[in-house]
Design a protein around this ligand. Structure first.
Ligand code: GLP
Length: 235
């Protein structure tokens, strides 16, 4: 694991965006794994700016998001579909058919998980995966206790996660109880991973990750077994 301490949030965002820009210059038909939440907001702003300045395109790119809440659709402002549109997809040239997120409204959720996993595999797995980290060590929505061998799956969100994410909803009761998330095995198939963690709130999770014990009780710890991870962190 490669640890990169940043001085501020903007530095983290710029650095992450520059790594994505380099990836696209090197391989214009990359498969990108994308994340939502507060951590990557600045990253999307920077990546869109770089795209507008020219030099690279997303036309041949496929994107797969880590997760989506069950019960929320693209028109729902609190869905991750909506987040991706307003933060990124509306400003770049990725064809809609190449933008993938799990469908939280699918009638058959297990089938949806299988199809999502299959689509990632058929895309040749992810070239470059962006991750945030939950204070409990979750990556995607893989909560503590998730099997390291998990594929895309339906997950029950912990009370802690629902409480943390309630800031994006009108109340905690509005936060869905479940989500579809790429599994830990799916994430580990990515060729390169960038994890973003900024602020005092994440310091505990980063310290635990740095300590190095690999356990399913702390899902992000699986990243110690990946050959190409950069952790961009600071507070
Ligand atoms: C959320 C998301 C994760 C995200 C994490 C941290 O619940 N499902 O993919 O990385 O929690 O979010 P934030 O960046 O807002 O702190």
């Amino acid at each position: 694991m490669h640890w990169i301490q940043v001085g501020d949030y903007d530095e983290m965002s710029e650095l992450a965006a520059s790594i994505f820009e380099q990836q696209l210059l090197r391989k214009p038909d990359s498969t990108l794994g994308l994340a939502t939440g507060g951590s990557p907001q600045g990253f999307y702003v920077s990546l869109v700016k770089r795209y507008i300045n020219g030099g690279f395109s997303f036309k041949k790119v496929n994107t797969f998001n880590l997760d989506e809440y069950i019960g929320l659709g693209p028109d729902d402002e609190t869905s991750y579909h909506h987040y991706m549109k307003r933060s990124f997809f509306d400003f770049v040239d990725i064809p809609v058919s190449q933008q993938h997120l799990p469908n939280g409204l699918a009638d058959d959720l297990l089938l949806e998980c299988q199809l999502y996993e299959q689509a990632i595999e058929e895309s040749g797995w992810i070239d470059l995966q962006l991750l945030g980290i939950g204070v409990n060590g979750h990556i995607g929505f893989n909560e503590p206790g998730t099997a390291f061998q998990s594929k895309t799956q339906v997950i029950d969100l912990t009370e802690e996660t629902r409480n943390k994410n309630s800031k994006y909803f009108s109340s905690e009761a509005e936060v869905p109880a479940q989500a579809i998330t790429m599994g830990l095995r799916t994430i580990m198939k990515a060729k390169q991973i960038i994890l973003l963690a900024f602020g005092e709130e994440k310091a505990g999770a980063i310290a635990r990750l740095q300590a190095g014990t690999v356990t399913e009780d702390f899902p992000a710890s699986i990243l110690h077994h990946h050959p190409n991870v950069k952790v961009l962190y600071g507070k």
